[in-house]
Design a protein around this ligand. Structure first.
Ligand code: ATR
Length: 281
């Protein structure tokens, strides 16, 4: 049988771990498939996407900066992707593209056990990643208050507005500047901004000490470095921390399930959890 082709599209893709992750799963499950990088420059996006539509790809992931730009090119959208307003996974069936978002599920997985106790969250950032996180937070059974803190307050307001107020969760917004004057404990603190990445050795946006109680969980979506300064500070305070690595693996697994109907074998997940940190550090 012909080998099935999968890919990731984005720009830049030099540091993407997605081929490593998916190809490992194809290998472990003995599937005749391969996953490659297709780098598309923002200038050529439309032209390249139209030619991709005629290609033999069975599915692909979409990453920065195209998760929203891809929307007009899909033929159907899952309810979640529609609500989040971003697509990171496409399944191609007879030339038609079905769009999904698995980022929010990847975010949820490593915090699933604790989610039922989380009543309050400080969400740092209001960009694309924050949209998926907010969608996931609103599924937490006990969530009552979410404070979105962003450098540009208007963007936080826009994010809040697009999720409406149809439920028992109170969403508020604040600028980072205003946040400096606040000291209030939250059950969960999530950083969705790029502040803290390898090339951003800047101080974290907040001092976790001002926003934590003894059981606060600090979750940073960044996985490179594995431990941002925010997570280091949280550890010093004795708080539970989660980095972006499990999210990276589990959003990939959810995409894989959409394409193949199969989960990653447990040994594949263990291999990735052991091996990816070595590739990063
Ligand atoms: P992503 O899809 O990764 O979320 P994005 O949509 O560009 O990327 O959003 C980036 C987020 O990081 C935004 O919340 C951004 O704040 P602004 O909306 O004010 O731009 C935040 N961000 C990036 N660099 C930042 C910095 N140096 N200080 C504070 N916030 C920053």
């Amino acid at each position: 049988m012909e080998q099935k082709r999968f890919a990731i599209i984005g720009f830049p893709l030099k540091h993407s771990f997605s081929p490593f992750i998916h190809n490992r799963a194809f290998h472990d499950l003995k599937l005749n498939a391969r996953y490659e990088k297709i780098e598309i420059t923002p200038q050529n996006f439309e032209k390249d996407i139209l030619s991709l539509k005629k290609s033999s790809l069975a599915g692909f992931n979409v990453t920065i900066p195209f998760k929203e730009k891809i929307l007009p090119f899909v033929d159907s959208l899952s309810a979640e992707a529609q609500k989040i307003g971003a697509v990171n996974t496409i399944k191609a069936v007879e030339g038609r593209w079905h769009g999904f978002n698995t980022d929010w599920l990847g975010f949820l997985k490593p915090i699933e056990q604790e989610a039922e106790h989380i009543k309050s969250c400080l969400l740092l950032g209001a960009g694309g990643a924050a949209r998926g996180v907010l969608f996931a937070l609103l599924q937490f059974p006990a969530i009552q208050t979410i404070l979105i803190a962003n450098r540009t307050k208007q963007r936080a307001n826009d994010l809040k507005k697009s999720f409406g107020f149809n439920r028992s969760t109170q969403i508020s917004t604040i600028s980072l500047k205003e946040l400096e004057a606040l000291a209030k404990p939250f059950d969960l603190i999530v950083n969705t901004t790029s502040v803290g990445m390898t090339d951003h050795q800047a101080d974290p946006l907040i001092n976790p000490e001002h926003f934590a109680h003894s059981n606060t969980i600090v979750y940073d979506l960044i996985y490179n470095p594995l431990k941002t300064i925010l997570l280091q500070q949280a550890e010093v305070l004795g708080l539970k921390t989660i980095n972006g690595l499990p999210m990276l693996i589990f959003q990939a697994e959810e995409a894989f399930k959409i394409w193949t109907g199969l989960s990653y074998p447990p040994q594949t997940i263990q291999f990735l959890l052991d091996e990816l940190p070595r590739k990063i550090s």
